[in-house]
Design a protein around this ligand. Structure first.
Ligand code: NAD
Length: 557
């Protein structure tokens, strides 16, 4: 079953329906989710196992992928499969309550936690980059980030524009796996957007999946269209092909200022993620291969120009924020001393949600039947009738979101909410309202699962930004509480050396055992967000901890 190296990459699509070939539903779920990550509808570059986020992969190589699938099919219900950076390395006898899979991706001892070391190991076939949900098998396509991106732009709207982005223009860049959610998220928040993207195939993909409305022929054309929509108060998204390192400075030169400016190119990875400014006869891939040092230097130079222009636009009145790709730090390394003059999106707009344990809760229908997701949408609308943000998001999502791969949904839920949703899903599987089990997971970008000083834990109240004990505790808590599979990664969205984070996936298969597992792990996991922020001294988290019954000895709660 392991293909010879010369064989072409297989086209992967997860099995659907209520029959399984694995010995338990958790193993079947892990297998289907791994496969779903690599479905051409879901992954950005499935042929190289790259799911999203620069080179975030689901398995180290094709032989490793086949071995994982084979092993999951034979894995007993009291065994655990270990995955080391995308390669299945052992099956251990554990217990029925243990996770069926434990994954560790891209982790390096801190002194060596840099791209140079990683690249050598990657090239030697010893590691892979796991990003967040790529290497932990819970990526669900661009929808996965859409809700989080919407939360961010809605947060910006609340803070700066009276609650709506209507009548505003946002400029950003990057239409990749994650960045592709930006145009639709801005639109959902009521605004107009211009998104700069270097790769025309990415623009095309976002048009086809309805994340982007239209393409402009030039930057001037994009601005003219955006101004017309802004004047009409119409929410609309415009793409424009080009290099952000050229077009954002061009905005400055044209003396035109948007209302909001941000960026989601893959700046976290200077060698593979950010395209330097090229002459018409240059090709990024060829330059990278032939002259890697020159490539890196030019990528840094371009990121510096990009950030200088963002700072100029900020000085002129644009609301500028970093969108979690480490662009500011790259520019600072390239000499832009004041790169951090604009804030990251978490301290700017998201931290209050994290204090309540609110974060991205996602679920996937293993039946493959969109009707199962529709049923869960209706059930959650009934379960949380007073949550206005959830009501408007789910209503919109049910009508407008095109599924990619297995039908899936995402919404943000907090501490003592996620377990209620999960319990309900488990009951719906048990009584046949859903045709097959539901996988429940989340991004690693969550309230209590990540240490990332330039993103999720930027500017913590007590200065504990770089403390990664919390992420490790989250990993341990998930294992102790009944997760189906758990992962611990390094690097994620901000790159090597800048973050450590943990991922949790659980399963609702309708059994009492699943109910018990869900009731613990989906309380404790978001609980870690409340705990982490209460410990850092946030009043909101302290209130939530008191009101919702957490036991925090050092705080006498
Ligand atoms: P991706 O690699 O799939 O897409 C990046 C896109 O940027 C590509 O389409 C690429 O062509 C384009 N690009 C690169 N250089 C460019 C340039 N100079 N000008 C214009 N376009 C350029 O990555 P993704 O999954 O979309 O993620 C984007 C970034 O956002 C990553 O750094 C990721 O880690 C980060 N991220 C942030 C969050 C968050 O905090 N909200 C969440 C996930 C990912």
């Amino acid at each position: 079953t392991v293909p010879a190296l010369a064989e072409p990459a297989p086209v992967v699509r997860a099995p659907r329906g209520p029959q399984r070939t694995a010995k338990g539903w958790i193993q079947e779920a892990a297998k289907r989710m791994l496969m779903n990550n690599l479905d051409p509808e879901v992954a950005e570059h499935p042929e190289t196992l790259v799911v999203y986020g620069g080179r975030g992969k689901a398995a180290r190589n094709w032989p490793a992928f086949h071995k994982i699938v084979e092993t999951l099919d034979r894995l007993e219900n009291d065994e655990t499969l270990l995955i080391q950076s995308g390669k299945p390395v052992a099956v251990l006898k554990t217990s029925e309550w243990a996770p069926r899979v434990l994954l560790a991706n891209s982790n390096l001892v801190p002194h060596w936690a840099n791209w140079e070391t990683f690249d050598k190991l990657d090239q030697a076939g010893l590691m892979m980059y796991g990003q967040m949900t790529a290497g932990s098998w819970i990526y669900i396509g661009t929808q996965g980030i859409l809700q989080g991106t919407y939360e961010t732009f809605a947060g910006a709207a609340r803070k700066h524009f009276g609650g709506s982005l209507k009548g505003t223009i946002t400029v950003t860049a990057g239409l990749g796996g994650m960045g592709g959610a930006q145009p639709l998220a801005v639109k959902l928040a009521g605004g107009v957007s211009i998104t700069i993207e270097i790769d025309p195939t990415r623009i095309q993909k976002r048009l086809e999946t309805r994340y982007l409305d239209e393409v402009a022929a030039s930057l001037e054309d994009a601005i003219a269209r955006a101004e017309a929509y802004k004047a009409a108060g119409e929410a609309r998204s415009i793409g424009v092909q080009g290099n952000a390192a050229q077009l954002v400075p061009q905005l400055v030169a044209m003396n035109w200022t948007p209302d909001l400016i941000t960026d989601q190119t893959s700046a976290h990875d200077p060698m593979w993620g950010y395209i330097p400014v090229l002459t018409p006869d240059e090709d990024a891939a060829l330059l990278r291969e032939a002259h890697p040092e020159q490539y890196r230097a030019r990528a840094y130079e371009a990121m510096a120009a990009h950030v200088r222009a963002i700072l100029d636009l900020q000085r002129r009145g644009a609301v500028a924020f970093d969108y979690g790709n480490n662009l500011r730090h790259r520019a600072q390394e390239a000499g832009v001393e004041n790169a951090f003059d604009y804030p990251g999106f978490v301290p700017a707009f998201i931290r209050d949600s994290f204090c309540e344990g609110r974060g991205p809760f996602r679920w996937v229908a293993l039946s493959g039947d969109p009707e199962d997701i529709r049923a869960t949408d209706r059930a959650l609308l009934d379960l949380f009738p007073d949550d206005e943000r959830l009501q408007s998001w789910l209503t919109y999502a049910a009508e407008q979101i095109a599924f990619q791969g297995l039908p899936a949904r995402i919404c943000w839920l907090g501490y003592k909410e996620r377990d209620r949703a999960a319990k309900l899903f488990n009951e719906m599987v048990a009584d046949g309202r859903l045709r097959a089990p539901i996988v429940i997971g989340r991004d690693h970008l969550d309230a209590g699962s990540v240490a990332s000083p330039y993103r999720e834990t930027e500017a913590m109240k007590d200065g504990s930004d770089a403390v990664s004990d919390w992420a490790l505790l989250n990993f341990g808590v998930g294992i102790a509480s009944g997760a189906a599979w758990m992962s611990f990664h390094h690097g994620g969205g901000v790159g090597l050396g800048f973050s450590q984070h943990s991922g949790l996936v659980a399963l609702a298969d309708g059994t009492p055992e699943a109910a018990a597992r869900l009731s613990r792990c989906l309380v404790n996991d978001p609980g870690m967000g409340v705990i982490r922020h209460a410990d850092a001294g946030y009043d909101l988290a302290l209130d939530v901890a008191r009101d919702r019954g957490l036991d925090l000895p050092s705080l006498e709660i």
